[in-house]
Write a protein that binds this ligand. Structure first.
Ligand code: SF4
Length: 371
């Protein structure tokens, strides 16, 4: 018998299920995606909730399912509109994968989200967590849905000291949840674990005295709830210094640029920008040379207007922001010229939304930036 099996065997699993599910049914928060069990909506909510807080997701979810209420609606939607609806949520590959997957659902499964593990798990972007969450919540299948929250809760319940930052540790917890999960109410069980992690068994100060499964919890008994889970520190993110420019012409139209179709923030729009180097040339000089060499643009460029910082998981962007007036253009085919009203229709990453906000707020300054 391995150590995990031994730990699991010492628990009263039925009582644990009953305590957790009774509490969840009584205490669960009212959330829009819990109003019905439409598999498509459950799926959308689970994709949105990855790496994003519930309060942030609610308005996005409501807008998204209003705009794309069915698998067909999302499958047939223009990618530009889908990205726009996701604008600000970040991790855009999630929504791109979701759209590819619903296209497959439309074509292969007649628009019905498949309920079998193999079929649903084979769709683009559907990893083990999403598979377990959607199939258990929407179709009542007893499949584990293990994310960081659930690992935290189960590491404490069972006193598991494996490092949850390591990808292979997830399978340890999946194995544990597979044994613990209620076969009668897997939806309530999985949601109960998630809810417990969100509101009671929180990372820094778990509310053990209010916890419905306290009597089953090894960490509480041992006084180690604040030491668990074990999570090794990530490497510090790298820093990239950049300069970006909000460029307008005499008619007040703005030049924007589409990011490549692969890689970070693929297919989103941005203001012309470059990575800057420390050295002899100022950022403004580097920007001037970049506009000329890459787009054949000569512009009068303002002084530095501010700095926008954006933190990704692995990288920090420090963007110096400038405004400018175009004086001459020879080859700006790589750029698109739009009015300020049209610009609102394009999806920008958060950092460039901040840049645009800066330009709008300083409209007086920026209109005369190059005088
Ligand atoms: Fe978490 Fe405390 Fe409950 Fe254990 S008793 S599951 S540590 S909140």
């Amino acid at each position: 018998m391995n150590v995990l099996e031994d730990k699991v065997r010492q628990k009263d699993i039925q009582q644990f299920q009953s305590d957790l599910i009774t509490w969840f049914e009584r205490e669960q928060r009212i959330l829009p995606w819990r109003e019905d069990q439409d598999p498509y909506k459950v799926w959308v909510s689970e994709v949105m909730l990855q790496q994003t807080r519930v309060e942030t997701v609610i308005p996005y979810f409501l807008r998204f399912v209003k705009q794309f209420p069915t698998v067909e609606a999302l499958a047939d939607a223009d990618e530009e509109k889908v990205l726009k609806a996701w604008e600000g949520l970040g991790y855009y590959s999630r929504v791109r994968n979701l759209q590819s997957a619903v296209k497959e659902v439309k074509q292969q499964y007649g628009g019905v989200v498949p309920s079998e593990e193999k079929e649903f798990g084979g769709l683009k972007g559907v990893g083990p967590y999403t598979k377990g969450a959607v199939l258990s919540i929407a179709y009542n299948k007893p499949i584990p849905a293990v994310d960081g929250n659930v690992m935290r809760v189960m590491s404490r319940i069972l006193s598991i000291w494996d490092d949850i930052a390591k990808p292979k540790t997830r399978t340890v917890f999946e194995e544990a949840v597979r044994v613990f999960i209620s076969k009668e109410k897997p939806s309530e069980f999985n949601q109960g674990l998630m809810e417990l992690g969100a509101i009671i068994c929180t990372p820094k100060s778990p509310s053990c005295l209010l916890c419905p499964v306290q009597r089953h919890c090894s960490a509480f008994a041992e006084g180690t709830e604040r030491e668990l889970p074990v999570k090794s520190k990530k490497k510090k993110p790298g820093i990239k210094t950049m300069a970006a420019i909000v460029l307008t012409d005499d008619d007040g139209q703005v030049y924007i640029h589409k990011r490549p179709s692969k890689g970070l923030l693929a297919n989103l729009w941005e203001f012309p920008n470059l990575e800057t180097q420390k050295g002899m040339k100022t950022e403004r000089e580097q920007l001037t040379a970049f506009l000329e060499s890459d787009f054949g643009i000569q512009a009068e460029i303002s002084d530095l207007q501010g700095v926008v910082e954006h933190v990704f998981t692995h990288l920090v962007w420090n963007i110096s922001v400038f405004f400018g007036k175009v004086k001459q253009v020879s080859d700006a085919a790589e750029l698109k010229k739009v009015t300020k009203e049209e610009l609102e229709e394009f999806a920008f990453p958060v950092s460039h939304q901040k840049i645009w906000k800066m330009a709008v707020e300083a409209a007086g300054v920026y209109n005369s930036a190059a005088r």
